[in-house]
Design a protein around this ligand. Sequence first.
Ligand code: ATP
Ligand code: MG
Length: 420
Amino acid sequence: MLTQAIKGVKDILPADSAKWQSLEKTVRELFSDYGFSEIRTPIIEHTVLFARSIGATSDIVEKEMYAFKDQGGDEITLRPEGTAGVVRAYVEHKLFAPQPVTKVYYLGPMFRRERPQAGRLRQFHQIGVEALGVSEPGIDVDVLAALVELFNRLGVSGVELHINSLGCRDCRAAYKAALKDFLMQRMDSLCPDCQRRVETNPLRALDCKSEHCKTATNGAPMMSEYLDDDCRAHFESVKQGLDDLGIKYVINPRMVRGLDYYTRTTFEMIAIDKKGAQNAVAAGGRYDGLVEEIGGPPTPGIGFAIGVERLLIMLPEAGDGAPLPKVYIAAIGGQAARFGQKLADALRKSGISAERDYSPGGLKNQMKKADRSGAAYTVIIGEEEMTKGAALLRNMKTREQAEVELDKLVEEIKTRTRFL
Ligand code: ATP
Ligand code: MG
C-alpha cells in the first residue's frame, strides 16, 4: 500500500464507533444535568498559547508538541490539551461579560508526540469541562461530583479519586524554595531530567516515575505543610463538600501535576488494574491565574480532562458495536430487486433500518446473509410474490412467516418493530 496511518494515530473503525457514540451520548446528558454547555475550539492554535500557559518546563512543552511553521510563517501547534484553547476563547469573546459564571465542556482529539504504547497515543481524545468565574470551593465539589458521576453512569469501577492542594502563587513560592533546598542536597540521586528541573520546577521531582527520584524524595517537605490560611480553608471545604456528597477520595500529598497553571485543588482519577498497577484516566484542577495570564481579567477556573482511550478500555464489554438492521430484504429476480430498493428506501424514511443484498443470489444464499445480518425480520420477495402482490414477512427469531400485501409492508413492519 502507498502508506499507513502515522505511528500512534489510530483509526476508529465501524466496529468500535458505536462504543464511542454511546460514551459521547452519556457524557452530553450528564454534563447537561450538571449545567455545562458544549464549546468547540479549533484544533490548531498559535504556539505561544500553549508555550506560555502550560509552562516551558512541562513535558508537553518540552518535548511533546506538534509545532510547525505554516506556509505563511505563523507558528502553529496542534492542541495538546483543551484548557488553553477554552480560556483563549473565553477571553477573546469576553464570555465573562454576559456570563460571570461560565461552565463549558468539550470533547475531541488532542495531539502529543509521545512514545506510543498501550493507553498512550499521539492523537488521543479528551473529554473535559471548565468552570470559570467561581473561586468558592462549592464549584470544586460540583466539578468533582460530575467526574465521579460519569464513572458511575458508565458502570466503571476500580477507580480512585486522588486529591491534593497545590496552594496559590504566594504559599507555593515558599514551598518551592523549601523543596529546592531539600533536593539540592540530593542532587546526585535525582534523574537527569529532575536535576535539570530543580531550579525551574522542583515539584516535578515528586511525581517523577524514576525509582531514583522516588527514593530521593522520601521525606521531602510537602505542600500541605506550607498552605496559607486561605488555601488551607479552601481545601478543607472541598473535602467537607465531598464528604457531604458521600464521594470517596484519597489525599495524595505527592500529586503535583505536570502543568504550570494549576493552583489549589488538583486531582486525578486513578484506575487500578487487576495487577494493582495505577494509571491516571482523568486529571484536573484549579487554575486561578490562567485567565489573567492569557490576557483576561483576573478570573478563577477549574476543570478536568478524561482520556477517552483509557476510559474505553475500562468500560464493561458491550456486544459488537455495529448497528443491527431491523429488516433484511431478500429479493429474488430483477423486478423484485427494484421493489426491494424502493422498500428499503421507504423503511429508512420511516426510521427503520433496512439492509439488502446488492448483488443478490438465490433465496438460500440471501437467507444466510439475512441470518448473519442479525435483522429481526426478513422480507422475502420473488417473481411469484410480485405477481401475487404480497411478500413473505419472516420473524427471524420465531421463524414464523406471514403474507403481507406489498403496499402494506411498511405499516406492518412499523407496527411490528416499534419496540425493537
Ligand atoms: P501521563 O502522566 O499519563 O502522561 P498527563 O499528566 O500527561 O498523563 P494530562 O495532561 O493530565 O495527562 O491529561 C489528562 C488525561 O488525558 C490523562 O489522565 C490520560 O487519561 C489522557 N492522556 C494524556 N496523554 C495521553 C496520551 N498520549 N494518549 C492517551 N491518553 C492520554
Ligand atoms: Mg503526559
